[in-house]
Design a binder for this molecule. Structure first.
Ligand SMILES: [Zn+2]
Length: 266
């Protein structure tokens, strides 16, 4: 399936799902916990995708020309669970994922180290950058810092995987065109945001793709429904995204601190 853009170019329409951590440990309170699925919960999400006969693909294998819309599974932040849990579960289903690594966090407690990242890549999973330092808010950083965040992290990961790193994902859901321009300048071919959309943009040769975020406590069927392109769960995420965008616009930096304070009590 192809989406026509206003430029007249046509790009393949893809459904991208965004997960983070999978762990049965309670973990500290706060925002990160919202994005930590329990292992059985995660498996139920994957079964729901499998039951819908979705066309799971990965960028390493290319996106096939097919009647079925391709679905990409992505995992942000580079948690240890990527290797301890997620990769093995994906492989049982015959699938591969995209793991986006924050290079300044490599080897820290709870995060992948260099040999683990190399093992993931060796098992056929796609390794991408999630920046060097996971800035709170990438838009607003000056252009040279943005390019550094993408290019230096890309070089670190290329050295670890002994392969080219062609993709990245934007931390914290804050995105503007300058973030993608910097990614293109750093040589990334695909950049994933957290905007819940299947629309594709080409920014200076870098394809910018949105993603649908799956959080702890969501029904497993949501993954399957989004993956097969059902309208209702995608519309629900779009409406929530739009509302948050308005709030971010009204509150600016205050939005970040208010959100943090609320999540500390979650
Ligand atoms: Zn992140």
């Amino acid at each position: 399936m192809r989406a026509e853009r206003s430029s007249g170019e046509a790009f393949q329409e893809v459904v991208c799902l965004e997960y983070h951590d999978v762990s049965d440990q309670a973990g500290p309170p706060g925002g990160a916990r919202l994005y930590r699925l329990a292992s059985l919960e995660f498996e139920a999400h994957l079964r729901s995708i499998q039951e819908r006969h979705c066309h799971i693909c990965h960028l390493g294998g290319g996106l096939p020309e097919a009647n079925a819309r391709p679905v990409l599974l992505t995992f942000d932040d580079g948690f240890r669970s990527a290797l301890d849990t997620i990769a093995g579960v994906l492989e049982r289903f015959g699938w591969r994922g995209h793991f986006f690594i924050v290079t300044d966090w490599i080897g820290k407690a709870g995060y992948l180290d260099r040999s683990q990242i190399r093992e993931l890549a060796g098992r056929g999973h796609v390794i991408g950058t999630h920046s060097c330092s996971h800035p709170e808010r990438m838009p607003g950083l000056d252009a040279s810092r943005l390019v550094r965040e993408w290019s230096e992290s890309r070089e670190v990961l290329a050295e670890i995987t002994r392969d080219g790193v062609r993709t990245g994902s934007v931390p914290n859901g804050y995105y503007d065109r300058a973030v993608a321009e910097a990614a293109a300048e750093a040589g990334l071919e695909t950049l994933f945001t957290s905007e819940p959309t299947m629309a594709v943009r080409n920014v200076n040769g870098c394809l910018v793709r949105g993603r649908y975020t799956l959080k702890r406590g969501m029904k497993a069927e949501v993954s399957g429904a989004i993956a097969c392109g059902a309208g209702w769960p995608r519309a629900r995420q779009s409406i929530a995204w739009g509302a948050r965008k308005v709030l971010k616009g009204l509150l600016g930096e205050t939005y970040i601190s208010v959100r943090k304070r609320i999540l500390q009590h979650y």
